[in-house]
Design a protein around this ligand. Structure first.
Ligand SMILES: Nc1nc2c(c(=O)[nH]1)N[C@H]1C(S)=C(S)[C@@H](COP(=O)(O)OP(=O)(O)OC[C@H]3O[C@@H](n4cnc5c(=O)[nH]c(N)nc54)[C@H](O)[C@@H]3O)O[C@H]1N2
Ligand SMILES: Nc1nc2c(c(=O)[nH]1)N[C@H]1C(S)=C(S)[C@@H](COP(=O)(O)OP(=O)(O)OC[C@H]3O[C@@H](n4cnc5c(=O)[nH]c(N)nc54)[C@H](O)[C@@H]3O)O[C@H]1N2
Ligand SMILES: [Mo]
Length: 799
């Protein structure tokens, strides 16, 4: 098909299908101009790294360069389909401004150097800090975008090599709440559901998840069901009129930050009307009575007052959810990036538990991931948790890990919870952290309250290492910059939202001296000479296959068991869902089909937390609550957002995504089609809100919060009155200055305005509730770039 169509219509043509039948194949392809399939010399197997869906594709190679991509029809995830970022995004690999040599700071400026010099600086600073101040002075902040082999190597290096507990990923900003909600309810991380549940569901509910723009291929699957025979009913909870909302049978548009009130009312109705599965609750869960009493007074009328959603709509949604026979729910950032993130996400788990809707075709639950490899950050322990979903409070688990690594258990920090990213930056601010090694993330654009983050990273006393493809806003503040190879230039595996593991093969050489992250970590480990307790090398592998084999040993017997997989097994066919073992050689479609073994006190990854305060439950308490390992139904009371509106800041600010860009745009901003589709930041409010404020479409405005201000063009869309939405993608690397100008001039990155605050349970920052006001800078007819409105409206939210 004509590739330009996929900017105007990101989802392509429909292939409708009926419940229970397989999703038809549709093979999408995009090749560079002038290239035909016959011109392609070689295809390298891979999957997308620009979202969590895991769209399988082959990379077209000609003359040592990537010249396009084609969806893999054999793959269970996408059956050949690709989204707009998948189709065009590969062009970023060959951007002219890729980093090709290491950089070190000399007299205040970053200058090119060789690998030996750069690595020697990193090693000497690490040794110095370990000698002078101990492992607590060294921190690592990684990504949801490297490969499994890289995370596992980094986790071993940090946990048992350095011995620091200051290791986390940007997964903290992304899906820490997914992991937490799964631990709270089911004892361990691991998605219960499967994408095949879309094929069987009679009802699909999306909670704070704009799937149409953020997992376009998953939305194609839902659209094909909606246009086939016997379509599912669709429930959408989102304050904006997203493409999902516009297709929904019921769209609930609550005030931002009120998910718990809404969910408690839905549970109230389902319990009141007897739409629960008593036998399932009895056999498989603990905690139901507490939930029933907690939500007893949470009537739709009560929630209507908090959420500003008509009570009748809440009742209607409860009826649909309560009558579903095969319910699939998804949850994402509209829930996770709120002040009661974990409490709300757990209520969606409860909805499935009280209705007995788990572990059967169509009865799916996806606490969605966002980033392509976030699942691997979590399972490998590069988010600070112990590898293999092991429990830091369980001495047996620590001892087992120590055996696998052949070290003394004491060498693995486990005397308290791992340090979360926001706390790592706090330690850097206070000075107790002397070195921060940042890999595959751009915190100078993606963390909240950017003026603060910039000042932390710019400190003389903090040694900052940045490993990236480009001289990002963050790299510009580093002491050492290491040029990394990326997707298409290195081999490894990664796991999507529904636990499907894909192999991604090296297609082309990286530019210049750029090296795979795995090689950089292995080089560091070798130079540091980390040893096990018998004097052998702590890290004994040298390549991706060796790292994968080591990880398999670590995963054996745990919920994320990879022992039945290998790079070879993943070559040629479809991706495979973990756990994959000798007993389940083709992988496992759904977890919890026969009970909740992962929740057993001896097995569970966590004993859980108080959903309101975040206080950890002790092993003794957990054992008495859940001795046999059942699912835990946990109730939570609603609390209002921490920062509410005021006369000074009368609007609620929410931030998020557009279909055309990925995060801080280091890749998508360098792709002509995607950049042209949405070249600059904007702010959305409702037409009524605009009228009330004397503003109109296209006006240049400032969005102001107590932290800072940005400048953006106004778009009027069907968002709730009283809410302003800003996409968070736009940093400074492609502005005329190339970096953030002065802190006292309004910028354009949404995070200039967001708040340093987090969910007490998952520690995920709050990007979706802050108070703001708008002021007019200039009217639309004042000179403007003309392209600032971005998309033509077909795909853009609220168009
Ligand atoms: N195109 C594109 N796709 C991506 C990404 C990208 O950058 N661009 N990033 C990937 C990553 S890492 C992630 S984490 C995912 C994120 O994927 P999503 O979570 O789908 O994306 P967001 O736009 O962050 O937020 C989703 C919705 O939450 C709504 N929302 C805001 N406040 C509330 C609230 O209080 N309650 C409810 N119920 N909803 C609310 C917003 O209006 C928004 O439509 O996308 C992945 N896919
Ligand atoms: N206001 C607001 N802020 C948000 C969010 C929001 O909704 N609103 N969402 C949050 C979420 S969910 C997320 S996931 C984060 C994302 O925030 P970031 O992680 O900061 O965003 P990216 O732009 O994806 O940064 C990834 C970096 O890794 C580099 N990279 C890519 N591949 C490789 C590789 O193979 N190796 C190495 N070494 N580097 C590589 C890229 O060039 C890029 O600089 O933002 C968070 N921030
Ligand atoms: Mo994310």
């Amino acid at each position: 098909m004509d590739s330009s169509d996929r900017i105007a219509n990101p989802w392509g043509p429909r292939t409708p299908y009926a419940p229970g039948s397989p999703w038809p194949v549709r093979t999408d392809m995009h090749l560079a101009e002038g290239i035909t399939e016959e011109d392609v010399e070689r295809w390298a197997q891979s999957a997308s790294v620009l979202h969590s869906n895991g769209d399988a594709m082959d990379i077209a190679v000609r003359g040592g360069r990537i010249v396009g991509v084609r969806g893999r029809a054999v793959d269970r995830v996408n059956r050949g389909r690709l989204g707009p970022k998948d189709l065009y995004g590969w062009q970023a690999n060959h951007a002219p401004d890729r980093l090709t040599r290491p950089l070190v700071r000399e007299n205040g400026r970053l200058v090119e150097t060789d690998w030996d010099t750069a690595m020697a600086r990193v090693v000497s600073r690490t040794r110095h800090l370990l000698d002078e101040r101990g492992p607590g002075a060294v921190g690592f902040y990684t990504s949801g975008q490297l490969f499994l082999e890289e995370y596992y190597t980094l986790a071993v290096l940090a946990h048992a090599g350095i011995g620091t507990s200051h290791l986390d990923g940007n997964t903290r900003l992304c899906t820490a709440t997914a992991a937490e909600a799964l631990k709270e309810s089911f004892g361990s991380d691991g998605q219960p559901g499967s994408y095949e549940d879309v094929d069987h569901a009679d009802t699909i509910a999306l909670f704070g998840h704009n799937v149409a723009e953020t997992q376009t291929v998953l939305w194609m699957r839902m659209l094909d069901r909606l246009e086939g025979a016997d379509p599912p009913r669709l429930v959408c909870v989102d304050p904006r009129s997203t493409p999902v909302a516009r297709r929904a049978d019921v769209h609930l548009a609550p005030r931002p930050g009120t998910n718990v009130a809404l969910l408690n009312a839905l549970l109230h109705e389902i319990i009141r009307t007897g739409r629960t599965d008593r036998a399932y609750i009895e056999a498989h869960t603990v905690g139901f009575d507490e939930l029933a009493s907690r939500v007893e007074r949470c009537t739709p009328a009560w929630a209507a007052g908090i959420c500003d959603v008509p009570a009748a709509q809440i009742e209607r949604a409860a009826e649909i959810l309560g009558d579903a026979r095969r319910l699939l729910s998804t949850v994402l950032q509209g829930v996770y990036q709120s002040h009661q993130a974990s409490a709300a996400a757990v209520q969606v788990n409860n909805l499935h538990l009280v209705r007995g809707m788990l572990g059967r075709p169509g009865c799916g639950l996806l606490q969605m991931n966002g980033q392509p490899t976030a699942q691997n950050t979590r399972e490998c322990g590069a988010d600070g948790d112990l590898p293999g979903f092991r429990n830091w409070q369980n001495d047996q688990h620590v001892a087992e890990l120590a055996r696998i690594w052949n070290v003394e258990p004491d060498r693995i920090p486990h005397h308290g919870p791992p340090t979360h990213a926001m706390q790592i930056f706090r330690y850097a601010e206070q000075g107790s952290l002397g070195m921060l090694w940042i890999t595959g993330t751009n915190p100078a654009v993606s963390l909240p309250e950017l003026a603060r983050i910039r000042s932390i990273l710019a400190q003389e006393r903090l040694f900052v290492v940045v490993q990236d493809l480009f001289l990002t806003e963050t790299a510009q503040l580093a002491d050492v910059v290491l040029p990394a190879a990326t997707w298409g230039e290195k081999t490894g595996t990664f796991t999507n939202t529904d636990r499907t593991v894909h192999l991604s093969e090296k297609a082309v050489e990286p530019p210049g001296e750029a090296r795979p992250d795995l090689d950089i970590f292995l080089d560091f480990a070798a130079r540091m000479d980390f040893r096990d307790k018998d004097g052998g090398p702590l890290i004994g592998w040298h390549d991706p296959e060796g790292a994968f084999a080591a990880w398999q040993r670590c995963s054996a017997g745990r919920p994320c068991d990879y022992t039945g997989l290998s790079h070879d097994r993943l070559r040629g066919g479809s991706g495979i869902q973990w756990p994959c073992t000798e007993e389940a050689p083709d992988g496992t479609a759904r977890l919890h089909s026969d009970g909740f073994a992962h929740a057993h006190p001896d097995v569970c990854e966590s004993y859980g937390k108080d959903l309101v305060t975040g206080a950890t439950v002790t092993p003794v308490e957990y054992r008495s609550l859940n001795p046999d390992g059942k699912a835990v139904i946990k109730a939570a009371e609603y609390l209002p957002p921490h920062e509410d509106t005021s006369p000074d800041h009368p609007l609620q600010l929410i931030t998020g995504r557009t279909v055309y860009h990925f995060h801080t745009r280091t890749k998508t901003g360098r792709v002509p089609e995607l950049n042209a589709a949405a070249p600059d930041v904007w702010a959305e409010i409702s037409p009524a809100e605009a009228a009330a404020q004397g503003l109109s479409d296209g006006d240049l405005v400032q969005v102001i919060t107590p932290r800072g201000a940005i400048r953006a063009r106004l778009r009027t869309t069907a968002v709730r009155d009283g809410v302003v939405f800003v996409p968070f993608h736009y940093g400074y690397w492609d502005t005329p200055a190339g970096f953030r100008p002065a802190d006292d001039v309004p910028g354009r990155a949404a995070n200039e305005t967001t708040v340093t605050d987090w969910d007490p349970v998952s520690k995920q920052p709050l990007y979706k509730t802050a108070a703001a006001r708008l002021t007019l800078v200039s009217r639309r007819d004042a000179p403007r770039s003309g392209t600032v409105d971005g998309s033509d409206g077909t795909a853009g939210s609220g168009a």
